[in-house]
Design a protein around this ligand. Sequence first.
Ligand SMILES: NC(=O)c1ccc[n+]([C@@H]2O[C@H](COP(=O)([O-])OP(=O)(O)OC[C@H]3O[C@@H](n4cnc5c(N)ncnc54)[C@H](OP(=O)(O)O)[C@@H]3O)[C@@H](O)[C@H]2O)c1
Length: 326
Amino acid sequence: MICIEISQPGEPEVLKPAERPDPVPGPGEVLIRVAAAGVNRPDVLQRRGAYPPPPGASDIPGLEVAGTVAAVGAGVEGWRTGDAVCALVSGGGYATMCVAPAPQCLRVPATLDLVAAAAIPETFFTVWTNVFDRGRLQAGETALFHGGTSGIGTTAIQLAVARGARALATAGSEEKCQACMALGAVHAINYRTTDFVAAVHAQTGGRGVDLILDIMGGSYVPRNLAALAIDGRLVQIGLLEGEPVAAVDLRRVLGRRLTLTGSTLRARSVEEKGRIAEALRREVWPLVEAGRVKPLVAATFPLADAAGAHRLMESSAHVGKIVLLP
Ligand SMILES: NC(=O)c1ccc[n+]([C@@H]2O[C@H](COP(=O)([O-])OP(=O)(O)OC[C@H]3O[C@@H](n4cnc5c(N)ncnc54)[C@H](OP(=O)(O)O)[C@@H]3O)[C@@H](O)[C@H]2O)c1
């Protein structure tokens, strides 16, 4: 197979095409002929050497693929050669062939092609487990999504709205704010010109939001706490600001009964990821098939130009997802 290797930690140029033997599906695994592979910000961190693959995971980057089943390992039920499939993987996606644990494989929704399907797993698994599972977002509540035009943000806005919540979002330009509103956000805050804490209070009559999904960390932490309503939940899934956390006023946590939590997806067990896949199949696939939620593909690149895809991601000019085509 052809794959992309990280020749050494560094800039996008370190992503180099290489030839390797096809992976062999072990018991409980599915071998996928990859038609499209999603690019995610964690891949950029891995390329820079800041997010090593967990033990047992492929050293090839890539956390999600879509394609057709090429072979199944022992004990796999429900998948046959030729089936269209999309899958969450803990590495190995930037390749023409990829193995995935069967519990992390999902049918391609009838309304999507394989390119759009490749843009689903990483963000939909992440948003489900953090916004609706850990974050307990309910219909009628209000959520704030930082980075509203990121792969994560575009997914979170659509799913929250489709499930009856109100979505607010932050983004770095007026155009990106418009894109958040087009996805269903009731209000989008240009964080470069407007203080998001004041904007949240203006939008909620001073009450604050019930949930914040944050990708920044650092100086955002105390500001997030100031933007939460009583019983609000702050769910941390990224630390893009990279700085130490500013002092946190824990009296606010006590006084307003706040919850601080967070998670990473990649390190979780196949069983846990399988449970998230079940929830997606039950709760989210009907929304996708009804056209109420769809992955937003901003750009595609040939697999051999994974470096170009990473450059676009690091420019933050995209709205939605970037996809590689082997
Ligand atoms: N915990 C988990 O399980 C998990 C899983 C997947 C992803 N994540 C995290 O979720 C975040 C989003 O991932 P993604 O794949 O959706 O990324 P993405 O599409 O590249 O989006 C990142 C967005 O963040 C915004 N941003 C704000 N400040 C930034 C900064 N200092 N540096 C870079 N971008 C900045 C940019 O939009 P503006 O132009 O509006 O600033 C950018 O579009 C990342 O932090 C990623 O690590 C976590």
